[in-house]
Design a protein around this ligand. Structure first.
Ligand code: NAD
Length: 369
């Protein structure tokens, strides 16, 4: 059997340029605005300077209209000189994991963006909230629903906002799937399939260590399929069945699944199917509706998303998803409006992920209601 060359996350996604396309956002006034016109842009501090922070978020912060990279929090001092120079970050805005809590005294930092391994999201979100900062936390929000509850409570108690880094809610092709699905433009969806897979490299990375990741591809990329199913239908599943795929590499996948498939029972009777893998290659979101199929493939990359409908190819400008996401979140914070991909959505997905795992381990249908 031919072996596939392991690819890094950077190989299967690429960054696209920013355009000014605006999406319709609906907000409710829930928060008291915390900005007093002291400056036009809010300052973001990135916590964890790994691949996503380095190659996507920091460059995107050079393109954002409402926020900028004001600070960094890192456990690796050797990274500091490059970041300082590239992003003109003053020494006073550079923290490590130990002195991080003193960020509360730093007026330059309005928002803390947690980009650490999954198991560290809860701790740093809660510490950031206690320091009085708004928080953006990467997906998956946490490993357990209990952690999510604590994160939501910490933010509520501190009267700060919590946003989850669901960048595809700020991306026009995926938002078109929302419109076509929820407005039933091609009638009722009769079949819905979502899948995301890539071949993971380094066998020693935290993504393959259950205590840090919470699990395998479901936590990392299957979550996009869960999201796609929920936003394309506008519904949340009521039950789930799941099956683990065969493990071809027992050593690499000693602690986490290599691949898995699942079926969500949706409230209207639709069975939505998802699959994900760390040893294959696919990337799609496909809805077969009464009057034809609409789909994205690739669906979840940072750029290069392509879509088609019964009426032809989807045509939207390429956007910088991370810049759009951070701008939309910052704008909501500035206006005192609720971030639309907030902690409750993150918690819902953590609940769904854990239900998929329970179904996978028990072989039973797990009720979600
Ligand atoms: P990464 O491995 O490249 O970076 C992780 C960072 O955490 C590194 O800087 C590392 O030094 C630091 N770290 C601190 N303590 C650590 C420890 N005990 N073990 C390992 N690393 C430790 O990971 P990444 O790809 O940047 O992912 C970080 C987070 O961002 C994850 O939660 C991931 O799911 C999320 N992410 C989201 C997207 C997206 O498109 N929204 C894309 C990639 C990653």
């Amino acid at each position: 059997m031919p072996t596939r060359k392991p690819i890094s996350r950077r190989d299967f996604v690429y960054q696209a340029g920013l355009t000014g396309l605006a999406l319709p956002f609906s907000h409710s006034k829930l928060f008291t605005p915390t900005v007093k016109n002291k400056k036009d842009k809010l300052g973001i501090a990135l916590v964890g300077l790994g691949g996503y922070a380095t190659h996507q978020l920091a460059p995107a912060l050079l393109e954002t209209e409402h926020c900028y990279l004001a600070g960094i929090v890192t456990g690796t001092p050797s990274k500091i000189p490059d970041w300082k120079e590239k992003y003109k970050i003053p020494d006073a805005n550079i923290y490590n994991y130990e002195n991080f809590d003193t960020i509360r005294d730093n007026k330059d930092i309005d928002i803390v963006y947690v980009v650490l391994p999954n198991s560290m999201h809860a701790e740093f979100t809660i510490r950031a909230a206690k320091a009085g900062k708004h928080v953006i936390c990467e997906k998956p929000m946490a490993l357990t629903v209990e952690e999510c509850d604590k994160m939501i409570k910490a933010c509520k108690d501190a009267n700060v906002q919590l946003g989850i880094g669901y960048r595809l809610h700020y991306e026009p092709f995926n938002q078109e799937m929302v419109r076509l699905g929820t407005q039933k433009v091609y009638g009722n969806i009769e079949k819905l399939n979502a899948g995301f897979a890539f071949t993971i490299g380094d066998p020693k990375q935290w993504r393959l260590k259950k205590a840090m990741s919470g699990g395998g591809p479901l936590q990392d990329i299957g979550i996009y399929c869960i999201q796609g199913i929920c936003y394309t239908t506008g519904m949340e599943p009521v039950a789930v069945r799941a099956t683990e795929g065969p493990k071809k590499d027992m050593e690499k996948f000693k602690e986490v699944e290599e691949s898995l498939t699942w079926e969500f029972d949706m409230p209207n009777g639709l069975i939505a199917k998802g699959k994900c893998s760390y040893s294959e290659s696919y990337n799609f979101l496909r809805a077969e509706a009464a009057k034809g199929t609409f789909e994205l493939s690739p669906a979840y990359n940072y750029g290069g998303i392509q879509g088609k409908t019964p009426d032809g190819a989807m045509n939207f400008p390429r956007v910088n998803q991370q810049a759009r996401q951070m701008d939309a979140m910052t704008e909501a914070i500035k206006k005192g409006e609720k971030i639309r991909t907030g902690g409750e959505m993150g918690k819902r997905d953590v609940k769904l992920i854990n239900a998929v795992y329970e179904a996978m381990h028990t072989g039973k249908t797990i009720s979600l209601v």
